[in-house]
Structures are given as structure tokens and as C-alpha cells.
Design a protein around this ligand. Structure first.
Ligand code: SF4
Length: 94
């Protein structure tokens, strides 16, 4: 059991050293993973360009919804609201 944990830790640390040895950070968009289960030490570095009304600030947003909005290139709550209104309006008129 202890050997398994040490083996797992050794493998995880090897992977982390490989990532740290790269010249640039991984190409991963900031999201809920930045604060859960704890706030990442690079949070301010990665998240400084986010708008005040970024969709991650939506109360109760699920990771799946956040992923979908990110996939659509929607970062702003206002933009998400406008897009949703437009879809609802089009659905009513068609
Ligand atoms: S803040 Fe941390 S977890 Fe979030 S994208 Fe940056 S490095 Fe990754």
C-alpha cells in the first residue's frame, strides 16, 4: 500500500517536472479547475485578462456549461445572455 502511494507520487512528480521544464505554460484555458480544490498559485497570472463579467462568475455554472460557452468563444455573461436571447427570439419567429 505505502509502496503504491510512493510509486504514484514519484510518477506524478516526474510528470510535474516535465511540465515545469517546458519553456511555456500548457495551453489550457483558465476555468473552475483554477480554484477547485484550491486556488492555484498562478491564478493571477492566468486570469488577469478575464472580463469582470466572465462566465466563471455565473452562480452555479456547471463545468459542462462552462466548457460549452468556452467552446463557443463566449467569455462575457452579457454576451452569453445576448446569444441566448437571440436564439430564443429566432426560435419564436421561425
Ligand atoms: S491558474 Fe493554475 S490551474 Fe488555472 S490555468 Fe493557470 S496554471 Fe492552470
Amino acid at each position: 500500500m505505502a509502496a503504491d502511494i510512493f510509486g504514484l507520487m514519484r510518477d506524478l512528480l516526474r510528470e510535474e517536472w516535465k511540465v515545469l521544464a517546458k519553456g511555456k505554460p500548457p495551453d489550457i484555458e483558465p476555468g473552475n479547475h483554477c480554484t477547485k480544490p484550491f486556488t492555484c498559485e498562478f491564478y493571477n497570472f492566468c486570469n488577469k485578462l478575464l472580463p469582470v463579467d466572465h462566465v466563471t462568475n455565473l452562480p452555479g455554472i456547471t463545468p459542462k456549461s462552462l466548457e460549452e460557452l468556452t467552446r463557443q468563444g463566449i467569455q462575457s455573461i452579457f454576451t452569453a445572455w445576448c446569444a441566448r436571447r437571440m436564439v430564443m427570439t429566432m426560435a419564436r419567429t421561425c
